[in-house]
Design a protein around this ligand. Structure first.
Ligand code: SF4
Ligand code: SF4
Length: 191
């Protein structure tokens, strides 16, 4: 239970997504339109419900927040203008900051590899990102063991020959500005 004056899990989510979340009347429109709902353990309307009821563990331990594709179909369909896609994003952020194990641990590793690549060069360099992801996620070990790496190499060669993969990271003129954004975001997080 929260100490008086202390921000609860629900308060933190509401700070980012607004009080509209209390308008949810569980109409199910968000869940009915979600293209990933078949693989979710909690449907989008249930995630919203768990936030409204301040059920932190339930929301953060769900697989749903990691497999959500951020397509925003749910947000578009909501009659009460609740930004459900943003709720998912905020929940992922809270989960990462809490340092706990994610239900789908490879997703945050991929997310971090993606951000690291952008921070370094100002845009995604696919080869660097894939190398970092496969090393940190444990995929590399598994692929070496199963022999699946051969398929990856074949696919990589095809993409390279079609100009879809660059060996060296292309120069990005706005890299300084991009790094500034990362710095500001890190400072904002400390507040
Ligand atoms: S569409 Fe909106 S109001 Fe309906 S259940 Fe989803 S979040 Fe709630
Ligand atoms: S944003 Fe996520 S929860 Fe919403 S419809 Fe798309 S995949 Fe489903």
């Amino acid at each position: 239970m929260a100490v008086q004056g202390e921000r609860t899990f629900r308060d933190v989510v509401i700070e980012s997504v607004g009080e509209e979340i209390f308008d949810c009347y569980q109409c199910y429109k968000c869940s009915a339109g979600c293209p990933i709902s078949f693989d979710m353990d909690l449907l989008p309307h249930q995630i919203i419900r768990s936030v409204v009821f301040n059920q932190k563990e339930k929301a953060l331990s769900s697989k749903t927040i990691w497999i959500c594709a951020s397509c925003e179909t749910c947000t578009t369909r909501c009659p009460n203008e609740i930004d459900i896609a943003k709720v998912m994003d905020v929940l992922r952020q809270i989960q990462v900051e809490s340092g706990g194990e994610a239900k789908e641990p490879r997703v945050p590793v991929f997310h971090q590899a993606f951000l690291d690549s952008i921070k370094k060069t100002g845009r995604v360099h696919e080869l660097t990102m894939i190398r970092n992801y496969t090393q940190k996620s444990g995929d590399l070990k598994e692929k070496l063991k199963s022999g699946e790496w051969k398929n990856d190499v074949k696919l990589g060669m095809k993409m390279f020959l079609r100009g879809k993969l660059k060996v060296m990271s292309p120069k990005c003129e706005g890299v300084k500005e991009v790094r500034k954004i990362f710095k500001q975001a890190a400072e904002h997080k400390k507040k």
